[in-house]
Write a protein that binds this ligand. Structure first.
Ligand SMILES: *Cc1c(COP(=O)(O)O)cnc(C)c1O
Length: 228
């Protein structure tokens, strides 16, 4: 089941990129939140080694139980300042950094671990009150501030579009994100701004057509999540 769904998604990703003439690659982050560690092990066995979790505690439990090839762990959900101490040693890439307070705390904890923490800045382009992410207006200031922190390395940008019945409606939002991402590159050393994380089950094809190079997909690979 998971194997077939994974292959179908990989094919749809390739088709979406080909439809706009893209010849680069995009990374699939398999979102395993609310699925047991056996699911993580299965996806790893199928060669998908990037996994996304949205809660620090849940990821911590899975990491402790997980047996399999080395994985790259992505924190994709909102990060509370009081969870940074746990999150920094656990995650390779934190997608959801949206405030100076959070940057300061990551800098502090990463310094203690002698780590340079890779992060993405999350921008709330559609201004949805229900979602985290900084506003487009705050973005330049936070971006400049982040550059001063030696233990935080900004690798790009993350955005979530609102849920639209027709994913085409997300296209203008992804387009703004892509423009911000390209603009960002001129403020950082060559090669550091590499990732544009956008697109989920419902809208990843549109996101890829607009330039995403990380998509975060759960439901289309693992089925509906069951919350108990
Ligand atoms: C849950 C989640 C996803 C995956 O959503 P699906 O619709 O299941 O593909 C992607 N990104 C974030 C931030 C999430 O919380």
């Amino acid at each position: 089941m998971i194997e077939e769904s994974l292959h179908a998604i990989q094919q749809r990703m390739a088709d979406a990129m080909a439809s706009v003439g893209r010849v680069d690659t995009a990374l699939l982050v398999a979102v395993t939140k609310n699925h047991p560690v056996a699911t993580v092990e299965e996806i790893a066995r199928l060669g998908c080694t990037h996994v996304g979790e949205n809660r620090v505690q849940e990821a911590k439990e899975k990491q402790a139980l997980y047996k399999g090839p080395d994985l790259v762990w992505h924190l994709i959900g909102h990060l509370q300042v009081n969870k940074v101490r746990q999150a920094v040693p656990m995650f390779d890439l934190i997608h959801s950094v949206d405030s100076i307070k959070l940057l300061d705390e990551i800098e502090k904890v990463a310094t203690k671990h002698d780590k340079v923490q890779d992060v993405l800045l999350q921008v709330n382009i559609a201004r949805e009150a229900s979602k985290s992410g900084m506003s487009v207006e705050e973005f330049p200031h936070i971006r400049e501030y982040a550059k001063t922190l030696p233990h935080v390395r900004i690798r790009g940008l993350m955005c979530m579009a609102p849920f639209f019945d027709d994913p085409e409606e997300a296209r203008p939002i992804f387009r703004v994100a892509k423009a911000l991402f390209e603009d960002m590159k001129s403020y950082f050393p060559d090669g550091e701004i590499e990732y544009l994380s956008m697109g989920m089950t419902h809208d990843f094809e549109v996101a890829l057509q607009e330039g995403a190079n990380i998509v975060r997909i759960g439901t289309a690979i693992f089925g509906e999540r069951v919350y108990t």
